[in-house]
Ligand binder design. Structure first.
Ligand code: SAM
Length: 225
């Protein structure tokens, strides 16, 4: 997706090497923590200078950190609307806290576990954010029906053959009846979400949307059972 977004001129991804902003001959970017303790800390000067070398008025500066707000589809949707993102990847024991206090607008975690560096987290964030940009994916409907986009998991899908070793695909999918297929997918999405991720159904706003789907359409007509 990163290559496609760049080829389509939807995004330009620039890598900035913090060592280019170090001031000593060894290009040092880490130092011992004040107060002692294990591990090295990333120095503030190279990070501030690196960010300042690319920052624009519309930049949204993100520090990848296990202590940040949790990355999810809503955050990806939010970031996809930003014009310019700067992602700071930490290493070692972490970054000097003045980066959090005085440089960044946002701190994002990709989950409750600790990676050795922020690079993999930055890739996760970019991969999921770039595909949401207008024009990135040819089939827009495919993205809009993906898991989490409507507060539910996506429906199950099948492809040919319709009968594989006696395992048959649900009849409705080969019926050619588009409205019935649509309703079946909505029901399946709700069923799977209840089974696998009931936590997703807790949001009130999303429940409203789900209830509307259960009633079988925008006109609110209840489906015959
Ligand atoms: N001492 C830090 C702590 O416990 O909060 C962890 C530092 S970690 C070894 C080094 C770097 O990896 C972090 O500065 C951050 O950039 C990145 N990182 C680690 N886990 C991450 C996560 N779950 N989400 C985003 N970035 C993460």
């Amino acid at each position: 997706m990163m290559r496609i977004a760049q080829e389509k001129n939807l995004a330009e991804i620039v890598l900035v090497n913090l060592r280019d902003f170090a001031t000593d001959t060894y290009r040092t970017i880490d130092d011992y923590p004040f107060g002692g303790g294990a591990g090295m800390i990333m120095k503030p000067e190279p990070i501030f200078k690196a960010v300042e070398s690319v920052r624009q008025d519309n930049s949204h500066v993100i520090l990848l950190s296990p202590q940040g707000r949790q990355f999810n589809q809503d955050v990806a949707n939010e970031l996809a609307k930003k014009e310019h993102l700067i992602l700071i990847c930490g290493r070692y024991k972490g970054v000097d806290n003045r980066v959090n206090e005085h440089l960044v607008n946002d701190e994002i975690s990709i989950g409750d576990y600790v990676l050795s560096g922020g690079e993999a987290a930055a890739l996760v964030l970019l991969e999921s954010t770039l595909r949401l940009m207008e024009g990135a994916v040819t089939d827009k409907e495919s993205v809009e029906t993906d898991s989490f986009m409507q507060g539910l998991l996506d429906a199950p899908y099948y492809t040919r053959p319709a009968d594989f070793r006696g395992y048959k695909v649900p009849e409705v999918l080969i019926s050619g009846h588009h409205q019935k297929v649509k309703e079946w997918r909505q029901e399946q999405a709700l069923k799977l979400t209840k089974e696998k991720r009931p936590d997703l159904l807790k949001s009130k706003v999303k429940m409203k949307e789900i209830k509307f789907k259960e009633c079988g359409g925008r006109n609110g007509k209840r489906k015959k059972s």
